[in-house]
Design a protein around this ligand. Sequence first.
Ligand SMILES: Cc1cc2nc3c(=O)[nH]c(=O)nc-3n(C[C@H](O)[C@H](O)[C@H](O)COP(=O)(O)OP(=O)(O)OC[C@H]3O[C@@H](n4cnc5c(N)ncnc54)[C@H](O)[C@@H]3O)c2cc1C
Length: 382
Amino acid sequence: MERADVVVIGAGLIGSSIAWRLAQAGRQVVLLDREEPGAEASSAGAGLLQPEAGREARSETLGLWLESLAMYDGFTREVREATGAGFEYRVTGRLVTAFDEAQEAALRTRSRAQADAGIPFEWLSGDDVRRMEPSITPDVRAALYFPQHGLVDNRRLVIALAQAAARAGADVRAYEPATSVATSGGRVDGVETPNGRISADAVVIAAGCWSGFLPPGPHGESGNQGVGDATRSDRFVGPAKGEIIALEARPRPIERVISTDGASISARGDGRIVVGATVIPGTFHKEITADGVARMLAAAVRAVPSLGGARFVEAWTGLRPKSLDDQPIVGADRVAGLFWATGHFKMGILSTPATAEVVSDLVEGRTPRLPITSMSPLRFER
Ligand SMILES: Cc1cc2nc3c(=O)[nH]c(=O)nc-3n(C[C@H](O)[C@H](O)[C@H](O)COP(=O)(O)OP(=O)(O)OC[C@H]3O[C@@H](n4cnc5c(N)ncnc54)[C@H](O)[C@@H]3O)c2cc1C
């Protein structure tokens, strides 16, 4: 039987970065993906790095986002050094715009939440916004400006991370799905794959929105059921589809990321203007709808009218891992040696560097360097 110290299930940004950190620490790591590494949400996302306080984040989740943003510069540098990969990463700043009175009032509330959390921002008048980004519609009334927000080319980053893991010694395997997590006596034994069992002391479930399909077994053994028990019908992590499009316009009409009511618009180094994204929970079907594309195009052209003349390049979709309470699932299972790292929902690209650190801490038996108690998978236990 094959043996590893740790098996990481899922080679998206989250799983690959964890595998990389553990391999760097000298662990024998197997990183499994049922497809090519990075083929799912991690390459579909918009790549925006935009932590904000507000109703979407509990305080520990916000702490993870902010720490991750602070780590991004060093993290991307390290990935480049480890692999030689080139990919875009820029602190662009981000404008959250208001076009009418109601949006301006909502923005005021949003600004108070940032102030309370100590997140740097500026309140800009419509004229200020137009001075900063002359292509924005004259209808703009106000904006919140986040100078620290930015973007990364997640499509390339996720490939580079799997390479970095492999170069650090991890055994990265494409097209080898985990079929279940093997347990005995209340602790993890390893992972079953179509090629047999890989026995391991620790297993990390980082299978994105499919993580809920990986229940530990055997089932029915008293005290031995992990929180992902197969008998549960209410899976605590599932998909939230996102549709997203790219246009092309040269010279690029905007420098900063622009967030409006219906879309986030960002200009990339390669000339693409990425406009995203819809949020449709509860479906594993990745079709692109005319309605989704029409709404994103309308929101983009409303904010930056010259985009009406941009070339349409592509549309695609991905499935965000969404937990029942929209917060990440990062922590130890009741089954000893089993760890969860999923549920990052709209912020998984942002959350990658810090999640890799805290999950390596957990696997190595250290106290995690950030507080993550509220992210425990045990909160979903019945
Ligand atoms: C349209 C869209 C826009 C987004 N925009 C942003 C953004 O701007 N900023 C941001 O921070 N986040 C954004 N996100 C969210 C972000 O992309 C995700 O939160 C993040 O990529 C999740 O990473 P992951 O590694 O957990 O999941 P995934 O990338 O989905 O990786 C999971 C992997 O597990 C594999 N897998 C599944 N089951 C098994 C199995 N049984 N055995 C082996 N492997 C398995 C899959 O093949 C997959 O490769 C966006 C997402 C979408 C869809």
